[in-house]
Design a protein around this ligand. Sequence first.
Ligand code: GDP
Length: 522
Amino acid sequence: MDQALPISETIPGVPPRRTFAIISHPDAGKTTLTEKLLLFGGAIREAGMVKARQDRRQTRSDWMKIERQRGISVTSSVMTFEFGGAVFNLLDTPGHEDFSEDTYRTLTAVDSAVMVIDAAKGIELQTKKLFEVCRLRNIPITTFINKVDREGQNPFELLDEIADTLALDICPMVWPIGMGGLFKGCYDLRNDKLVSARKPGEDAAPHDFAIPADQKAQLDEDVELIRAAFPAFDQQSYAEGHLTPVYFGSALKDFSVRELLEGLVANAPPPQPRESDTRVVEPGETPVTGFVFKVQANMDPQHRDRIAFTRICSGKFTRGMKLTHSRTGKPMAIQAPIFFFAQDRSLAEEAYPGDIIGIPNHGTLRVGDTLTEGEKLRFTGIPDFAPEILRRVRLADPMKAKQMKKALEDLAEEGVTQVFRPMNGSDWIIGVVGALQLDVLASRIEQEYNVPIAFEPAPFDTARWIFSEDTARLKFFIEVNKSAMSEDREGSPVYMVRNSWELNRMKENFPELTFSATRERR
Ligand code: GDP
């Protein structure tokens, strides 16, 4: 390893953790880069295995067909690998916008993000949306401008676009020498070296390569311009989310993948302190704490398992430990926690802050739940989002009402959908953020619970959680709007909104009430 590890690591003697996600617009190259990171980390042996793994999973359950048919990835998973003396936990996020809710929650569990941009396309819609979430949470961003082996936009223009669109300071780390047909390799601006493609396992010393004289002159000019126009890398500014280091490269052809990893080892933040309802929890504290950011049911339909993906926030976790489930106050012995690798899982004997363990359970653990060694606290900042699509649920077979209830409740806990029970007793309403979620929902209910189900339009546009200090006024609002009121999974009152005009009128008439588009999980 050619770079020293940062000094402020969490627990002495334990390899540093880098827990991060890749954000991008579909097709920018997230899957390809993920695969290369795993390859360099020795977690897989040949390219093509990430897709192969997905294929294997897809054959297991039918709803995965949707994923295959539409060529998108709909489930987040965790992949652990090592590089340069650090343990990386890569949290995969679905790229399709319909699954942004899942993505938002995954981003609550990372310490930094890598933003992949297609050099020909620049910043695209989904990149921007995901970036905004990172900014809201002060997540530091490293930028990888991909596909420089193809014709792309001028690199300086790309940097301007990032700076202007995202209001970020830029620090180029690796620069492309030519693009498309003229692409020759990259230049490491930090170490003043030419870098050619470096395959995993190859000598870390970059080898020189020949550049035609005119391209060499252009490179010299570019480097001079970069030095004059951009600030030097500033660790603090990056850590605070104001500055992004930028790597130009090609995931497909192995350019700058190693440099990116080295940069993450050297600069990306170690596990960060987390806010809770009572205090800030430091990763170096001895007692174990963690929170659930994702629940996935039926990963293996044979076992009907339900895995709660839990981020360790402090302490040293050991298998068999008893943790207190802070929502219910009940102790849970964690006997079979799981680590996830690119291709398989293993029992997690020990886990440290920044690590993600999967806890098999039968529905006790929900998204947003906190686990501690007894201290009463709850990690905050894991929201539900107001659904943008609402449907009434019609049951084809009334004998299956109980199974349907179970299915909807399970899938609501997983975050695939939200369920609303109208206060006037009419059919349940489900809410999703994107249309594709409806297909997944129907298909999974049919496959996994054997309940044929249909969705009918509901006369509502969206929903708002309502809160007020003034309980009398809140009660009055609920009374007069009974036909538009529902309860969510937790029993909180939700106002179903017919249109924005109506919502605005209600806000004017009831200024003591808050109409919220998000709700913190309790
Ligand atoms: P995702 O949707 O962001 O996961 O994108 P993929 O990784 O599936 O890549 C989309 C397409 O771009 C695929 O056909 C890749 O082979 C291609 N691709 C990814 N990275 C590169 C690259 O660095 N250079 C070139 N030329 N193509 C790439």
